[in-house]
Design a protein around this ligand. Structure first.
Ligand SMILES: C[S@@+](CC[C@H](N)C(=O)[O-])C[C@H]1O[C@@H](n2cnc3c(N)ncnc32)[C@H](O)[C@@H]1O
Length: 284
């Protein structure tokens, strides 16, 4: 059997899986913000987000980084939070309202087809989104177009699998059990932009200048390994997508093995799952 990558089918299943995972991604929000907080601050700094900025958030999810951006830009600025999943955007809109913010709008948009006015934004941000796009060069071309000259892009991606055990362990167990081939270069996946210089090269190829990046250690700390399993099982759309071809019993067996393996990262002080993020940036 030859497994070929079908970008249209992949996009449909991505949307469906994130529609399903939306409530859980939102519910795990406090964990997400604690885990990703330092990298998110650098993301906003690197994108030059400041009072009055007009910010485009691509693959905004439940809006954690959109809210942080909106708080920075204040009433003089605005944030457009976009995502392929309308259900997850509903949580972003509700979170903005709950935070008393009136400068956040949400819009269902495929990040590879950014139907926004050209040069309308001062900053484009994307946190753990670009990695899942089948056409990353096309997506970056759209983000470039959306920025005004001098506007800044910044994105957060995972670095390499060997530095992200909290996620690469489940991915490799599921890949083996579901007999999925390793992703070919250029295909989407959690570590697709994680190699040394890969994100910077992608930015340069899209036309950005003054490109740079910084690795940020971001261990995922939770009380127990079982909490990490629950976090990923409930809310990681990418894992759901990989598991889709297995029967419920096979999926259960995969999660059992994942639980056993992630227990390696639990010690006397709780669970600390290895994770390294890369924050990359560039200027139009
Ligand atoms: C790991 S979540 C990150 C969400 C959010 N940025 C955060 O950090 O909390 C990935 C998000 O990418 C979105 N996504 C995946 N493919 C997309 C696409 N082609 N266009 C727009 N959003 C997409 C998913 O719906 C999901 O909300």
């Amino acid at each position: 059997m030859t497994l070929t990558f079908d970008p249209v089918r992949y996009k449909d299943t991505t949307r469906a899986q994130w529609e399903d995972a939306a409530a859980a991604w939102h519910a795990w929000g406090p964990t997400l913000e604690e885990w990703l907080g330092e990298a998110t601050t650098l993301l906003l700094d690197a994108a030059g987000v400041t009072t009055g900025s007009r910010v485009l958030d691509v693959a905004a999810g439940a809006g954690g980084q959109s809210i942080a951006a909106a708080q920075r830009v204040g009433d003089a600025g605005a944030v457009l939070a976009t995502d392929i999943s309308p259900a997850i955007l509903d949580y972003a809109a509700a979170a903005a309202t709950a935070a008393g913010l009136t400068n956040v709008r949400t819009r269902e948009l495929d990040g590879e087809r950014l139907d926004v006015d050209a040069a309308a934004f001062d900053a484009v941000i994307s946190r753990l989104g670009l990695i899942y796009f089948p056409d990353q060069p096309g997506a970056l071309a759209g983000q470039y177009r959306a920025l005004r000259p001098g506007g800044r892009i910044s994105a957060i991606v995972y670095s390499t699998a060997d530095r992200n055990g909290f996620f690469s362990v489940p991915v490799s167990i599921i890949r083996r059990r579901a007999q999925l081939p390793p992703p070919a270069p250029g295909q989407p996946g959690p570590f697709s932009l994680g190699g040394h210089g890969v994100l910077e090269d992608a930015f340069r190829q899209a036309g950005f200048r003054d490109v740079g990046s910084q690795a940020i250690p971001a261990p995922l700390r939770l009380p127990r390994a079982a909490d990490c399993v629950r976090f990923e099982r409930e809310s990681f759309g990418a894992l759901h997508q990989m598991l889709a071809g297995l029967t419920p019993e096979e999926q259960e067996a995969a999660w059992q093995e994942i639980s056993t393996e992630l227990a390696r990262f639990e010690g006397a002080d709780g669970f600390e799952g290895p994770c390294e993020l890369i924050v990359g940036w560039g200027v139009k």
